[in-house]
Design a protein around this ligand. Structure first.
Ligand code: SF4
Length: 355
C-alpha cells in the first residue's frame, strides 16, 4: 500500500497531447521514443505497442524525410498512444506530420528559417490543436549564446529556449512544451530550475545520452529526482542505450519512488545477510518476473528472515519471510501461513490474485 507524495508541484499551464493532458495538476506523464526506422511501419507499431504495455503514455518518432512523415497517419491509426513527430529544420515535414494527425510536434522554430515558414507551421498546429515542443540541447545552442556564456551553460540553454519561445509567442501561440537536455546532470537540472522561474509552460525532463542501462538508469534517476523533488517536471523520458521498454520501466520506478505516481507492483526485498535461510535472491527474481504484468498498485515484500520480515514490511500488501527451508506468508501485516520453500512462489501468486 502506497500513498502519494507530499511533493508540491510547480503550477504549469495545461497542454493537451492527444488524450493526455500534461501540466497543471495532471499526473507526470511517461514518454519514450521509438528506436525503429519510422519508414518501417510494422516494426514501429510493434515497438509502440510493447511500450504501451510497459506503461508508456506518449510516444515520439523521428521524422527524417517526407516518406517518414507520410506514414505517420498509418502509425497513428494503429496505436492508442499520443504520437509525437520529432522534426529538425524542415518545415514541410512539420506540415505533413500535422496533416497526418500527429498529436504534438517537436521542432525548434528558430531552425525553420524564414518567418513565413514558421507562420505556416504555427497556423497548421493551431488549427489542429497540436502543441509544439521546443527542445534545447546543450550540444546545439546557437553560436552567439555559446560565445556570450563561454560554453553550454544552464543560463545559455535557458536563453536559447526563451528565444524559441518568443518566436511562438509573437505569433500568439502558447501551446508549448519545453525540454532542456544535457548529458551533464547538474547542467540539465540547473537549466530547468532557471527556466521554471521564467515561464510556466510544461517542462519535459530528460538526461540525454545517459548511457547503457545500468549507468543510464542511475544518471537519469539522479537528474530527474532532483527536479521532480523540487516540483519541476510535467513529463519525463529516461534515455537508455538499449531497449526502450526498459526506459519506461525505469521512469515508472522513479515516479513510484517519489510517490508521484502509482503503477503496478512494487517489490520490497531485503539485501540478505547471514541470517538468510532460503534462496532469497532467486525467489525475489522469480517473484519479480512472475508479477511484472500486474498493473494494480500493490507492494510485495520478500524478506530473508522472520527477525525483520513482517515488521519491516508492515506496509506491504503481501509478503514472505524466509525461515529454515520454509516461508512465512503474511498479508497486510498478519501471518496467514507457513509453507515449504518450494511452495512459496505459487502460494504468494495465489494470494496476490485475491488482492
Ligand atoms: S530481513 Fe533478515 S535476512 Fe534480510 S537482511 Fe534483514 S536480517 Fe538479514
Amino acid at each position: 500500500m502506497t500513498h502519494l507524495s507530499q511533493i508540491k508541484r510547480r503550477h504549469t499551464k495545461v497542454v493537451k497531447i492527444g488524450r493526455v493532458k500534461i501540466g497543471g495538476s495532471n499526473p507526470i506523464a511517461i514518454q519514450s521514443m521509438c528506436k525503429t526506422d519510422t519508414h518501417d511501419v510494422d516494426a514501429t507499431i510493434n515497438q509502440i505497442k510493447n511500450l504501451e504495455r510497459a506503461g508508456c503514455e506518449i510516444i515520439r518518432v523521428a521524422v527524417l524525410d517526407m516518406a517518414a512523415a507520410r506514414v505517420l497517419g498509418r502509425i497513428k491509426q494503429a496505436i492508442s498512444l499520443p504520437l509525437v513527430a520529432d522534426i529538425h529544420f524542415d518545415f514541410r515535414l512539420a506540415l505533413e506530420a500535422i496533416k497526418q494527425g500527429v498529436d504534438k510536434i517537436r521542432i525548434n522554430p528558430g531552425n525553420i528559417g524564414a518567418r513565413d515558414r514558421v507562420e505556416a507551421v504555427v497556423k497548421a498546429a493551431r488549427a489542429k490543436h497540436v502543441p509544439i515542443r521546443i527542445g534545447v540541447n546543450s550540444g546545439s545552442i546557437p553560436a552567439d549564446i555559446l560565445k556570450k556564456n563561454n560554453g553550454p551553460t544552464p543560463a545559455g540553454m535557458v536563453e536559447a529556449a526563451l528565444r524559441e519561445i518568443k518566436i511562438l509567442e509573437e505569433l500568439d501561440f502558447h501551446d508549448i512544451v519545453i525540454s532542456l537536455k544535457a548529458t551533464d546532470v547538474l547542467t540539465m537540472t540547473q537549466a530547468h530550475r532557471l527556466l521554471s522561474r521564467k515561464v510556466d509552460y510544461p517542462q519535459h525532463l530528460g538526461v540525454t545520452e545517459a548511457g547503457l542501462p545500468w549507468t543510464g538508469t542511475i544518471k537519469s534517476t539522479a537528474g530527474l529526482a532532483i527536479l521532480l523533488n523540487e516540483g519541476i517536471g510535467d513529463t519525463i523520458r529516461v534515455s537508455l542505450t538499449g531497449d526502450p521498454v526498459e526506459e519506461v520501466r525505469v521512469a515508472w520506478e522513479i515516479l513510484k519512488s517519489l510517490r508521484l505516481r502509482e503503477h503496478g507492483r512494487t517489490i520490497i526485498s531485503c539485501p540478505t545477510c547471514g541470517r538468510t535461510q532460503i534462496d532469497l535472491i532467486g525467489l525475489a527474481k522469480k517473484i519479480d518476473a512472475a508479477t511484472a504484468r500486474i498493473t494494480k498498485p500493490i507492494t510485495i515484500a520478500v524478506m530473508g528472515c522472520p527477525v525483520n520480515g513482517p515488521g519491516e514490511a508492515r506496509e506491504a500488501d503481501i509478503g514472505v519471510a524466509g525461515t529454515i527451508g520454509q516461508g512465512i506468508i503474511f498479508k497486510k501485516g498478519k501471518i496467514i501461513a507457513t509453507v515449504p520453500e518450494a511452495e512459496i512462489l505459487p502460494r504468494l501468486l495465489k494470494e496476490i490474485e485475491t488482492l
